[in-house]
Design a binder for this molecule. Structure first.
Ligand code: C6P
Length: 392
């Protein structure tokens, strides 16, 4: 076996059907959709189909809005900074709430706003790695809180947060809720008519669509101040010529992902559990979060006594792609934010290793990965004991 890709929370391969569907929009129907001639207008029905598929994929109401963005980071920045701009315009001093286990596309935005004087409350996680709704209830000040931003499914652990309850709490208090849905969409059902969130962000490359395209759902009656001002695209809410090929690809990718949700819940989960059982059979290994509370494709395992970079290197030598956490902060290989928030590893030398599968992962690949992981652990622990390094 040459290579096994187990880093699907970082990005996924583009479904060949999606690639095929995008092709004509690069070289044949390449007009600017805002142009009035036929090169521009002939693309409209395909864009409408893509948008319809996005609405269906998250069960949005026809009167809700979906803005096409370049990625989920843009969507998250748009929502959070929008509420900040709003408060500046209205002369208010906002308070905002987020959690300690957000992706940098949310946490870094809030850290930046703190420098601008915004009061940010950082919710902890409980022992199970979940953001407890009671913590949210306690943190909200209906007179001051402008926005709550929380992650739906955690990118590191796969743990699914109780977003329905967050929605109810925010609604009761008249506070806006923004969910980062990046790791939920395409892995578990997402139904925006059941969840009382005002904003939801997503990125196509997490569900077998192309990189560089995402979406921002905005509930009817709620608005945003644009992050990017300019032309009148997206009803003036996000300027810039739309990447038609990628938008069409994203719509199709979401439709296919939704079609495959049962497969995710059964077959992807079966393979994930097989890998997890094998990992847990190794001494001094722990997996974060109970299986039923996680997205079906994700494992975050803590390997005691193994150095993360060496582990990744060893796996990579064997052709296995995994990660120690978010791809975008992997260069620093800093201790994993989830581990920090859960206070794991304070007394032990732990490495968090994330393995994330997709509907393209095969049984053969899992069997190969199991052998490679076991031999890497054996080798690395051997090295640390011969060099007399205590790992406790
Ligand atoms: N997380 C990971 O390895 P972009 O890059 O903008 O398309 O998506 C950002 C993003 C936002 N929220 C969550 C929950 C995410 O998981 C990500 C992307 C990848 O965990 C790549 S850094």
């Amino acid at each position: 076996m040459e290579r096994v890709y187990l880093d699907n929370n970082a990005t996924t391969l583009v479904d060949p059907l999606v690639k095929e569907a995008m092709d004509p929009f690069f070289t044949k129907m390449y007009g600017n959709p805002n142009s009035l001639h036929s090169f521009g207008t002939e693309v409209h029905p395909y864009m409408k189909l893509a948008l319809d598929r996005l609405y269906d994929g998250i069960n949005a109401d026809d009167e809700d809005d979906i803005i096409i963005t370049s990625c989920a980071s843009e969507g998250n920045n748009t929502v959070i900074k929008s509420l900040y701009f709003d408060s500046v315009i209205n002369g208010k001093k906002p308070q905002m709430i987020t959690s300690l286990i957000e992706h940098p596309a949310v946490s870094e935005v809030y850290m930046f706003l703190e420098k601008l004087g915004v009061e940010v409350k950082w919710l902890p996680v409980n022992k199970e790695g979940i953001i407890d709704p009671d913590e949210l209830r306690k943190a909200i000040d209906p007179d001051k809180t402008a926005l709550v931003s929380l992650i739906w499914a955690n990118n590191e652990t796969g743990l699914i947060n109780p977003v329905k309850e967050y929605g109810e709490i925010c609604r009761e208090n008249g506070v806006k809720l923004h969910l980062d849905g990046v790791q939920a969409i395409g892995k578990i059902p997402v139904n925006m008519q059941e969840i009382q969130a005002d904003y939801l962000t997503f990125s196509a490359h997490k569900f077998h669509g192309p990189k560089g395209i995402g979406g921002l759902y905005i509930r009817k009656g709620v608005s945003v101040v644009p992050l990017i001002h300019g032309g009148e695209q997206m009803a003036g809410l996000r300027a810039g010529t739309i990447n038609t090929a990628y938008m069409i690809g994203m719509g199709y990718a979401l439709a296919l992902a939704v079609k495959n949700l049962d497969y995710e819940a059964t077959e992807v989960r079966r393979l994930r559990d097989k890998l997890e059982d094998a990992i847990l059979s190794i001494d001094d290994v722990e997996v974060i979060g109970s299986r039923d509370k996680r997205t079906p494709n994700t494992i975050l395992a803590s390997f005691r006594g193994i150095e993360g970079e060496a582990f990744l290197w060893d796996l990579n030598q064997k052709g296995i792609a995994a990660s120690t956490g978010s791809a975008c902060s992997s260069e620093s290989l800093e201790s994993n934010p989830t581990f920090k928030a859960m206070e794991i590893g304070a007394d032990l030398a732990h490495t968090g290793m994330r393995f994330s599968l997709s509907r393209y992962t095969t049984e053969e690949e899992i069997d190969y990965a199991v052998d490679a992981i076991k031999s890497a652990v054996e080798r690395l622990r051997g090295i640390s004991s011969t060099s007399n390094k205590e790992y406790i």
